[in-house]
Design a protein around this ligand. Structure first.
Ligand SMILES: [Fe+2]
Ligand SMILES: [Fe+2]
Length: 276
């Protein structure tokens, strides 16, 4: 087989069962690439262990941050917040040879290539609002009323930006510029879904507030996506939007994958290898 491109996300290796799954994760061929679309862990030490383990085995590992990597919690010796925390994680990845949203987009030249594999970090801006609410404030008030509030509100700090949505909008603008300059077809990799539709099946629809931004709704078309890889929802599946394949590739928490008939997710084929 020629090399293939795989994707997985939401490894959450703070759970020993999930750490064990990562410890046992191996490519089919030594030339395979692996996308890791965020929520590896909460501490930089755990992120380093997981990405380092995978980078030793796959020819290339491509990482986009999730919300959990950006949490600043009391039980972590790394107290960095917001942008500084993100920069710290980027430095760790670069030491491991793992591609980040701050690096040139790796060009996949295997089957179906050349394709630019673009890890993105665009966060969310509270624009996936519940029906009947018109502003972030109204939407948050509604969410607090239902009791469905993402922990990000307390531990994902936007410093030095005034708000998470300001950080999101700065990231959207910078990312749009880079993607516009990329002439190739793309595989877009983002922790959060780039379109809102996949959030419609959430058990708690209010949670969509912390799941993306309307500003990326046409990126899969504008930037010639061969596929979009994301996670965050912990609902692994394939959906199609405007003829583009979206792969939700999450492993998720042990309590979630234990009750799935198929068991824990393995890395999903994003671009299959060809028989040579
Ligand atoms: Fe997650
Ligand atoms: Fe997440």
């Amino acid at each position: 087989m020629t090399p293939a491109l795989y994707g997985i996300s939401d490894l959450h290796i703070g759970y020993p069962e999930n750490r064990e799954i990562v410890a046992g994760m191996h490519p089919e061929t030594g030339d395979d690439w692996l996308i890791v679309a965020g929520d590896v862990a909460e501490t930089p030490a755990d992120v380093e262990w997981a990405l380092g383990t995978l980078a030793d085995r796959y020819a290339k590992v491509i990482w986009a941050p999730g919300n959990h990597e950006l949490w600043t919690t009391a039980h972590d010796s790394v107290t960095l917040r917001g942008q500084h925390r993100y920069d710290h994680l980027v430095r760790i990845c670069r030491n491991l040879g793992v591609a980040t949203p701050e690096d040139p987009y790796p060009i996949w030249t295997g089957p179906d290539g050349p394709v630019a594999v673009a890890p993105l970090f665009v966060l969310y801006d509270y624009s996936f609002r519940p029906a009947g609410t018109a502003t972030k404030e109204e939407a948050l008030e509604y969410a607090y009323g239902t009791g469905v509030v993402c922990s990000d509100e307390f531990v994902l700090h936007p410093d030095p930006y005034p708000t998470r949505e300001a950080w999101c909008h700065a990231r959207v603008e910078a990312t749009e510029r880079r993607l516009t300059a990329t002439g190739l077809p793309t595989v877009l990799v983002n922790h959060f879904p780039l379109v809102r539709e996949p959030t419609r099946v959430l058990r708690h629809p209010e949670f969509a507030l912390w799941c993306g931004t309307e500003r990326t709704a046409d990126w899969h078309i504008r930037f010639r996506a061969a596929a979009v890889v994301y996670g965050h929802l912990h609902i692994p599946r394939t959906t199609w939007h405007d003829g583009v394949r979206f792969e939700e590739v999450s492993l998720g928490y042990p309590r979630e994958w234990r009750i799935r008939e198929a068991g824990p997710s393995r890395p999903r084929l994003v671009i299959p290898g060809a028989a040579s």
